[in-house]
Design a protein around this ligand. Structure first.
Ligand SMILES: *Cc1c(COP(=O)(O)O)cnc(C)c1O
Length: 381
C-alpha cells in the first residue's frame, strides 16, 4: 500500500464538478486580480474569524510582510535610507521552530528576528521567555500557531500589552483553530493565513489573507497590498504588489464551505492515531492544550530513532515529512544574528525528534491502520 502525506488529487476529485464552472466564469470575466470573488472571500473569511476586516493577499508570507509594513515595523529603514539618524533595527520576537517565512518576513522588512525557545510539549513559543527578550527596539511579537494548534495567546498578549507591542499571529497553519473558543487570527493585532495548497484551506496556487479587529488598520493593510496607493497613483507611503488573484479567491470560496468538515476529518484521524499509538512507548503523540481546538494541519509525533523510522516508512510507502529539520537560529542566512547551537534546546530537540504522518481528511481507515502498523512494526524489531 502507498499512503501519501497529503492527497490533493482526492480532494480535487470531490470538488471538480463544482469548481470548474466557477473557474470558467472568472476566465470569461477576465477580471483577473482583486475581482468580485476577492471581496466575497474576504467577507466570508472575516465572518469565519469574527474579525473587523479581512484583506486578501498574494501569500501567507506576504500576509506577514503586509502586517509588518502596515504596523510600521522596520520604518527605521527609510530613515537610514534618507540620511536621517538611524535608531538601529526594529526587533520582532518570534520562535525558531517554524517555517522559514516567519523570520524571513521580519528580516525582509529590515527588522531583526529575536528568537525565544518553544514549549517542548506543544512546540509553540514559550510565553514565559518572551519578556526577557524585550528591548527598547522591540516592536512586535510574532507567535506561530504551529501544526494547527494556537500558541498560548493570553500570556503573550499580556507581555505585549505591558510593553506596547503589536502581536502578529502567524496563523498560516491554523485557519479555523480556536484558543479559549476564539478563532486563530482574531486574537492579535493582525492574523495571517496562507492558502498554500498544503494548508487546510489550500488554493489553486499561492494566496493568503490578513485579518484584524482594527478597522482602521484594515484600511492601511488594504492600501499596503497595492503599493500604499490611495487614491490610485497617489502614495502616502510605500507598500507593494501583494494582491490576490480572482481565480484563487473563486476556488477558495468553494473550498471554504467544506473547511469545517475537513477539520473534523483530520481531528477524527488524529484521535484514532492517538488511541492506536498509546501502547507504543517510543512514540509521543501530539498534545493539544485543554483550551485549544487544533485543526491538525500536521500530525506530528516525537519518535525514538526518528531518522531510522523515517527510512523505514519510506521503504513501506508511508508519506511523512520533517517539520522542520533545522531551527531558524541555526540557518546560514541568519548567522549574522549571532545565535549558536545550544541556544534553544527545546527547538533543537524538536528538529531532531519529530516526524509528521499523513492526517488528511480523505484518508481511509485502511490507510490509517497501515501507517500505524508500519510504525509499530519498526519498533517491534
Ligand atoms: C506556510 C507558512 C507560511 C507561508 O505561507 P506561504 O503562503 O507559503 O507564503 C508562513 N508561516 C508558516 C508557519 C507556514 O506554515
Amino acid at each position: 500500500m502507498n499512503v501519501p502525506l497529503l492527497d490533493l488529487k482526492a480532494q480535487y476529485a470531490s470538488l471538480k464538478d463544482e469548481m470548474m464552472p466557477i473557474i470558467s466564469d472568472v476566465m470569461d470575466s477576465q477580471y483577473l486580480i482583486n475581482g468580485p470573488a476577492v471581496k466575497d472571500l474576504e467577507a466570508k473569511v472575516n465572518e469565519y474569524c469574527g474579525t473587523a476586516a479581512a484583506i486578501g493577499v498574494s501569500s501567507g508570507t506576504d500576509a506577514l510582510i503586509v502586517s509588518l509594513m502596515s504596523l510600521g515595523v522596520g520604518e527605521d529603514l527609510p530613515a537610514c535610507r534618507t540620511g536621517a539618524s538611524c535608531p538601529g533595527p526594529a526587533e520582532v520576537i518570534t520562535t525558531p521552530y517554524t517555517f522559514f517565512a516567519t523570520a524571513g518576513s521580519i528580516w525582509r522588512v529590515g527588522a531583526r528576528p529575536v528568537f525565544v525557545d518553544i514549549d517542548p510539549v506543544t512546540f509553540n513559543m514559550a510565553p514565559a521567555q518572551i519578556e526577557a527578550a524585550v528591548t527598547e527596539n522591540t516592536k512586535a511579537i510574532m507567535p506561530v500557531h504551529l501544526f494547527g494548534q494556537c500558541a498560548d495567546m493570553d500570556p503573550i498578549l499580556d507581555v505585549a500589552g505591558k510593553h506596547n507591542l503589536a502581536v502578529i499571529e502567524d496563523a498560516a497553519q491554523a485557519i479555523g483553530a480556536t484558543y479559549k473558543g476564539k478563532p486563530a487570527g482574531s486574537l492579535g493585532t493582525t492574523g495571517c493565513f496562507s492558502f498554500f495548497p498544503s494548508k487546510n484551506l489550500g488554493g489553486l496556487g499561492d494566496g493568503g489573507m490578513v485579518v484584524t479587529q482594527d478597522a482602521d488598520l484594515g484600511e492601511k493593510l488594504r492600501q499596503c497590498r497595492n503599493h500604499g496607493s490611495k487614491p490610485k497613483y497617489f502614495h502616502k507611503w510605500v507598500g507593494g504588489n501583494f494582491r490576490l488573484d480572482t481565480i484563487q479567491a473563486a476556488g477558495l470560496i468553494v473550498k471554504l464551505k467544506y473547511l469545517d468538515s475537513w477539520h473534523e476529518g483530520r481531528r477524527a484521524n488524529a484521535a484514532t492515531y492517538d488511541k492506536l499509538f498509546a501502547e507504543v512507548d517510543e512514540v509521543t503523540t501530539p498534545v493539544i492544550a485543554e483550551h485549544n481546538q487544533s485543526i491538525y494541519n500536521q500530525y506530528v509525533i516525537r519518535a525514538a530513532r526518528r531518522d531510522e523510522l523515517q527510512a523505514h516508512l519510506k521503504d513501506k510507502g508511508v508519506g511523512h515529512a520533517i517539520y522542520y529539520p533545522l531551527s531558524l537560529h541555526e540557518q546560514e542566512c541568519f548567522a549574522g544574528l549571532g545565535y549558536k547551537r545550544g541556544d534553544f534546546p527545546a527547538s533543537e530537540a524538536a528538529a531532531a525528534e519529530t516526524l509528521a504522518l499523513p492526517v488528511y481528511p480523505e484518508m481511509t481507515g485502511e490507510q490509517l491502520q497501515y501507517v500505524v502498523d508500519q510504525v509499530k512494526a519498526f519498533y517491534a524489531c
